[in-house]
Design a protein around this ligand. Sequence first.
Ligand code: RAM
Length: 488
Amino acid sequence: MFENRKKEWLRIAHSLKPTLQHETVRPVSGLPGHALTENDSVILDFGNHYVGHLTLKLSSQGSHPDAPAWLSVKFCENERELGETLEGYNGWISKGWVQQEQIHIDVLPTQYSFPRRYAFRYVKIDILALSSKYQLVIEDAVLDATTSADSSRIAPLSGDPLDTAIDRIALRTLHSCMQDFFEDGPKRDRRLWLGDLRLQALTNSVAYQNFDLVKRCLYLFAAVSDADGRIPACLFTEPEVEADDTYMFDYSLFFIPTLWQYAMASGDQETMEDLLPLALRQLELADAQFDPCTHLIQDSDVLGWCFVDWALPLNKQFCAQAIWIYCANAALKMKPDPALKEKIALRKEAAIRHWYDSKQHLFLSGAARQISWASQVWAVLSGIAEGEMASACLNAVSACPDALPMVTPYMMHHYAEALCQVGHRQQARQVIREYWGAMVAQGADTFFELFNPDNPDESPYGSPVVNSFCHAWSCTPSWFLRSGMLNE
Ligand code: RAM
């Protein structure tokens, strides 16, 4: 399907590859003013979060170096990582993501450029070995930092200091993730994920306004849709553009609101029309997962069949139904379709009938009738719950201590948006100030992939050592603060 279009879609994506902006940055502190000996350790601080390639200018003191300098170099996005080690790590995600390496320098003086791009503020250098006859001098450390975000397009916000700090850090997060495409995290996974793209594009529309980058990403996804037209959850761009073999129910569908939102923000109707059939195809494909008699989506216990949040015990059945409705509503905005409207009504009605507990004012999910924050949030965003019912379920969940909590800024974004949708804008502002504000209080320069204020070690991967501390989907406070969403 769409086979005859994919070559052209890829061509368009390639033609929009951005020219990265480069900035030369040096440490604000940590460069030792003296020669170093074996077992010495230094921490260079670059003063902010950057993404790029580091070059170390090294020389020696004493006799001619008679043995290699052996260094361990660790790049850290925040201070917490400086103290972390990989010892005992047995999580399910590769430890190859941890930003550390060991190098041998045979000839001094030299300029050593790290071939790998890193995302960091701090660089910790441990001298593992020299010889007793010479000392190492770190003369300079020069970072070639890159981004495709044009900071000259935006002015800092003025007003409340916490709001402005949150905005500054959210923008920095997006800034670091904007490279050749919208990366989910420049430390990990350095990939284009649809769920992340949708939120980045939203914030980009009120900040850097690099609409070509959004267009490029939409075309990249289009070009790697499979033989049925299904859009993968994420894709690789190197060595060639290729789909990852990961498909998620919600992420494929999010192509629809991402396309609609892009067209609204940029005014680019042509792209919308070009990609609309592919977008609508995602709804058709999702139909196979619905029971035609009950109009309910089938549940699944396959990890990641539908994403929603990184809370492993979360049952996704209700959220999946709600997200289908949310995306179908976005499709209707691009193209009226009475049959689709009818289908939405049936699925909405079925969701209320099967999953709404009118005594508790809560939506339940799965065979075990799980109560989660995520289900209430998606009930509101999808329009399954409207008016009184919508505020009732958001109020009820906050009074329900057993409700399964949210663990990512991605899910918290949706909660804040749901609050705005029911008119609780003041409360949405409060959520942003408390949740993202708690990361500010921890000294964040960029916002994290996962953040559970009650559990600093929150990680679905087995250990926070592989977590990303600059993660695209946490950049949306700037969208809330700059779009006027929070204004009464
Ligand atoms: C992780 C990444 C990414 C997200 C997926 C679902 O691998 O954090 O950002 O979109 O999960």
